[in-house]
Design a binder for this molecule. Structure first.
Ligand code: MN
Length: 136
């Protein structure tokens, strides 16, 4: 298994620009950079992003469309939701969350940035090994 044969979408390049906000290696391919911004994010097994919040004064948030592998989405204070290809996750603006691969599986999703006013991301603490370790 490698990043390039996971789905019909390109995996892109190592996600160096956001590496400090991820635990483990991820890849990013920008599929759309105008109108609605859409990136394809690929996570190696065990890789996940830090807790973060998509802020906006109006609208905003993020939609994940799962294209390959197995992973998780978790909102602060809630149980993690297991994700498989074909799943969609609507993440409202202002909700603290993380997303990433299962410990033993690659994972890939399209990340759709929902347009809004004054959209910005707030990156918080890493998902601890204790919390992540509870997931199968
Ligand atoms: Mn997010």
């Amino acid at each position: 298994m490698n990043a390039e044969n996971l789905s019909v979408f390109p995996a892109g390049k190592p996600n160096d620009a956001y590496a400090e906000y991820f635990t483990g290696q991820s890849y990013l391919a920008m599929l759309s950079t105008e109108q609605v911004v859409i990136g394809n994010v690929t996570f190696v097994p065990g890789c996940r992003n830090h807790w973060h919040i998509h802020h906006a004064d109006k609208g905003g948030g993020q939609i994940l469309l799962v294209t390959a592998g197995r992973g998780y989405y978790q909102e602060w204070g809630k149980e993690a939701r297991e994700l498989k290809p074909g799943d969609a996750v609507a993440i409202p603006a202002g909700v603290k969350h993380w997303h990433g691969a299962a410990p033993d599986s690659w994972f890939q999703h399209l990340a759709v940035e929902v347009p809004g006013e004054h959209c910005r991301n707030e990156w918080c603490e890493p998902v601890t090994g204790e919390d992540y370790g509870k997931l199968g």
